[in-house]
Design a protein around this ligand. Structure first.
Ligand code: TYC
Length: 113
């Protein structure tokens, strides 16, 4: 019995009538994440910073106190990692709250690598 070859050579398929189109996998890239950073200064009261961390970053009093001390000693700490939109909202909330209470507390965001 004569068997048909399973694959055609490019020569045999010159009119491309039986060509197979190979689908490339669509890469779904995860959106980048942003670190929200709290900066130390010499004037904002420690209790105010603890309150900010409890209020806007849902930390317990103990967690908030620990992070506040880290910022106080090291100058800066990451207080959370969020999508761009959420990070922007958090930074805005903290900056607004600090300004309304006339404290120089600074909060920024930076893209995570
Ligand atoms: N360094 C401030 C003080 O001694 C306390 C402080 C902590 C301020 C953290 C800002 O992000 C900060 N009163």
């Amino acid at each position: 019995m004569l068997l048909e070859p399973l694959m055609m050579s490019d020569k045999e398929d010159e009119d491309e009538s039986t060509s197979v189109l190979v689908q490339t996998r669509a890469k779904t890239k995860r959106p980048p994440l942003y670190k929200v950073l709290l900066l130390n200064d010499d004037y904002t009261p420690m209790e105010f910073v603890v309150h900010v961390l409890e209020r806007f970053f849902s930390m317990t009093h103990a967690q908030a106190f620990e992070i506040m001390l880290t910022v106080h000693k090291k100058g800066v700490a990451v207080v959370g990692v969020f999508s761009h939109e959420i990070a922007e909202t958090k930074v805005g909330q903290v900056m607004d709250f600090a300004r309304r209470h006339q404290h120089p507390l600074q909060c920024t965001m930076e893209k995570e690598d």
